[in-house]
Design a protein. Sequence first.
Lengths: 368, 130
Amino acid sequence: MTPTPTASVCSREPFQPGRVSRIIQIHPSLHCNLCCKHCYSSSSPDAKQGLGLNPLIDLLEQAAPLGYNVVSLSGGEPFLYPHLSLLAEAAKQLGYFNSVTTNAMLLPAVSKQRILPFFDLIAVSIDGREDAHNTMRNNPNAFAKMLEGVNILKDTGRDFGFIHTALPDSWQLLPWLVEFAQTHKARLLHIHPLERSGRAVKGFESLAFTPIDLHKLYIATHYLQSHCSPDLFLQLDLLHRDNIIGNRNFFFPHPKRRPRPTAKTFSNLFGELIVNEHGDLLPIAHGCPDFFRIGNIHDSLPLDEMIESFIDEKFEPLLELYNQTYNDIAGDETLDIVNYSERLLDNATASPRPSTAHQRQTAVSAAL
Amino acid sequence: MRRIMEQRSFEDIEKDLLTHLSAANLPKDHLAGISRSIAASYNSGLQIVDWWVYGIPAFEKLVIQAQLPIVETKALQGLVQNENFKAIEILRKGIPRADFFQLQLTVERTTPAEHGRTNGTHKQKSTINR
């Protein structure tokens, strides 16, 4: 199983022990009520266009028999997506575990509360104490409204958690975040290092995690986890190098001799499929370069055929990418704490790759 | 597995953590040693249930308390061979019969001179109490 950006080496499942997650991460729209400084997808109130409902439901219907079992909705602010209720209901009927990441500010609206029963996990974004949160969110009422939304979640009794975009000094904030999460009876605190993409490129260009920052974040998270388990699960999207080296989840020995997967076994190797705001299907993570595009939800090709075609054309380069990333990490003894997903995406973006038949076709069409 | 934890307030936990991590000029090698110990614990399948940090202001010694199912003797072997841990105390626990190991793993800060002297001849103390 290839780790997702959210995978922990221990593969702990706090909410459904024993389930191995195969995730469809959907960004149905970049429409948001906020314009956060650190937004990796540059979502905003101006970005109103969203994906159609039917192609998304078609995708989920086809993905379920291929092993995918979790739908993770993001954006933009998912509660602004006009078809959220129907999409979540359809996913539930297909047997998916539904999760959503939200700023929670819109939850006081009754119409939004009606959607909550379709979600198994709601993750609420939090950037810190009130002032810091409002500054990052560019909105003086963001924290107060988020808290209103959290109180509504608590009243529903549904499992919810907090997700924090970690900055280099976030290790100092962690005890407060843990106490905040415990006070509000959250089940999860997800700590995700800042991604320097989208709007964050401009606002945080000089910001970098030093090795000491990463160690402190790693140590603080694990120290606090031991004190808040099992009521609160801390998920940190950083791995220690020692948990990667020799771990078969991170490299593929003898890629050319490896049996070819099929569409049915693809999710065993690549456990996360991303649908971006254009409807493109991508492996790895949001921001994955177009070379590795699997298809588009608006294509007439069925999902299994898209995946089979992807396997024919891109499977070897994808294995090479994972192996290259593994070798980089293994060969760099100064690198202890790794943002694995970022390394993978950096390598995917950096290496020039031959254009695919699709790209050549697109280039020809554009020229005509 | 049961959790056996010293009862400490969250304020004490927070104070311990921030005091130690905020120490000025905390060397990267020292932090790296602690991170390596944590990673080794998880690699072995341990469930960490408590930590004690000693030393003012910085980490001088770290004691990690963890639990491991009693069938995981191979993981124990790996831990014993891991030189990050200066001392390992292993207790059999469980009522009515022992079904897990409770371990206390000690990580101590070494100076560069001590590291050079002990490297390769590191004396590790491990005790197994029945």
